[in-house]
Write a protein that binds this ligand. Structure first.
Ligand code: URA
Length: 251
């Protein structure tokens, strides 16, 4: 693929902007055959394979990915919407190429797979692969999601039992139940609950806890399927997902 097209595919601007970046000497390229060592390339039409390609664009290094799959450690006080109403959007935490990647000819950028509330923290996945978003959201694809819940009142065994048996929420007579639920610490004393859900209804954790007479004070998603939020990814930080991590998301 030509270097200008590669830059365009990665979200560095229009083809004209990308051609200009290369011609003006702002782009360095590292290919796997040369150990990834970066060297100048001022020819926008030079051909490179995408696999394992590294770029440095205006001094900033960039891994080339044909499709973007990433995880974000969502901080509190951010909204998952592209057009937030009150708090900053999570998309402001991403570098601009991720927000400007073209998809089917239009600038779309990556999109969050599902949403977390503004005050919820933790693991959020984003991608520009529409089919992947669709698969992950499908009811047939029951990937368990684990939430660390800080409750207002200590959690007792009867609340755990009711969450596992199923509670009725106000918008649907069909009960929703936790796939797993454990009190972290001593039941009747601890305010830390680890809850696993396989669905993603609006405010589901908060509504389930309210239905058993408790209240969520803080909520953190620690895991999706076999993929855990890494301890060394700070709030606001993001990371590319590789094929091995994507495989952990299969149901
Ligand atoms: N359940 C909630 O109540 N809020 C979230 O952000 C996620 C799950």
């Amino acid at each position: 693929m030509q270097l200008q097209d590669i830059l365009f595919s990665q979200g560095f601007g229009t083809r004209r902007v990308c051609t200009g970046l290369v011609q003006q000497g702002h782009v360095q390229v590292g290919v796997p055959e040369e150990g990834g060592a970066l060297r100048d390339c001022a020819d926008p039409w030079a051909e490179f394979a995408l696999q394992g390609l590294r770029l440095r664009v205006q001094g900033v290094e960039w891994e080339v990915h044909a499709k973007a799959y990433l995880m974000l450690h969502k901080p509190a006080g951010t909204e998952c919407s592209q057009k937030p109403s009150t708090y900053p959007s999570i998309y402001t935490l991403l570098p601009s190429p991720l927000r400007l990647r073209p998809s089917k000819g239009a600038v779309q950028g990556v999109q969050a797979i599902g949403r977390l509330d503004q005050d919820t923290t933790g693991l959020l996945l984003l991608t520009d692969d529409g089919q992947f978003i669709h698969r992950m959201g499908s009811p047939k694809h029951h990937v368990p999601k684990v939430y660390e819940v800080t409750t207002k009142h200590p959690v007792d065994e009867s609340q755990v039992g009711r969450l596992l048996a199923g509670v009725v929420l106000d918008d649907d007579p069909k009960p929703v139940r936790a796939a797993a639920c454990e009190v972290v610490g001593a039941a009747g004393e601890s305010r830390h609950l680890r809850l696993t859900l396989t669905e993603g209804k609006y405010h589901q954790v908060k509504r389930m806890l309210a239905a058993v007479g408790n209240r969520v004070e803080a909520l953190h998603r620690s895991r999706i399927g076999g993929l855990a939020l890494p301890a060394d990814l700070p709030p606001g930080g993001w990371r590319w997902l590789g094929p091995q991590e994507l495989a952990l998301l299969k149901p």
